[in-house]
Design a protein around this ligand. Structure first.
Ligand SMILES: *Cc1c(COP(=O)(O)O)cnc(C)c1O
Length: 222
């Protein structure tokens, strides 16, 4: 992607976030845009960094390990978020590499992350991923299991900042965003990771503090 295209796309997404924030009486700066660069190689990511984007997201530990050390060596101040499912045996690698983890979804992972953070002396911000549509075969903890998982995370002293969701693919997202926001409020959590290329403006009007945008910035994935 040429630098011009990266600048145009980034400006467009930022403008839409700002507009949605203003509609909801929020400050545009209260929304963090995470550019989801999964499947794109370092050469495809560089124009977006050159255009000024600093916060990126990946869904696989190994893929991120292959690209980001090099990109981070080139540009300081980059922030990297993990948005994909995490195996407990990769918890230590994830803690070492990422600044935030959006996919905490089960007690065994809470334990593994707490142990890794203790060992490495590094505490990436955590989001508990909620299977907000209670779908079979979907990542995230069941809504009914959320209180117990949050209690486990608190007793393990995990730095949980908020909740994350990927709503059902074939349904209107807004009601699910509203439900996630309600659970966050009731749990005393301030951060909400919700909204992707197709629905990030809606998510911002409903309170998203972190939107995860891939294709609107990078184009369709192969
Ligand atoms: C791929 C991905 C995104 C970005 O999706 P787009 O539709 O490309 O914006 C956001 N969140 C998660 C968890 C993803 O896996």
């Amino acid at each position: 992607m040429p630098l011009d295209d990266a600048q145009t796309r980034l400006a467009d997404v930022r403008e839409k976030i700002a507009r949605a924030a203003r509609i909801a009486g929020r400050e545009p700066d209260d929304v963090t845009l995470i550019a989801i660069s999964k499947t794109y190689d370092a050469d495809a990511i560089r124009p977006l960094i050159a255009a000024g984007q600093r916060v990126f997201g990946e869904n696989r530990v190994q893929e991120a390990q292959a690209k980001w050390p090099e990109l981070r060596a080139e540009t300081s101040g980059l922030e990297l978020h993990l948005v994909g499912q995490l195996q407990s045996n990769k918890a230590e690698e994830a803690v070492a590499l990422f600044d935030a983890i959006h996919s905490v979804d089960r007690p065994s992972l809470v334990e593994a992350l707490a142990k890794a953070m203790e060992k490495l002396g590094k505490r990436p911000l955590c989001f508990v991923q909620v299977n907000i549509g209670d779908e079979a075969q979907k990542g995230g903890c069941r809504v009914a299991e959320l209180p117990a998982l949050l209690a486990a995370a608190r007793s393990a002293d995990l730095p949980v900042a908020g909740l994350m969701c990927v709503p059902p693919f074939d349904a209107e997202a807004a009601p699910f965003f509203a439900l996630l926001a309600k659970h966050a409020r009731e749990s005393g959590l301030s951060e909400l990771s919700m909204g992707m290329s197709g629905d990030y403006e809606t998510a911002v009007t409903i309170g998203a503090t972190h939107v995860r945008v891939g294709t609107a910035l990078f184009g369709e994935r192969a």
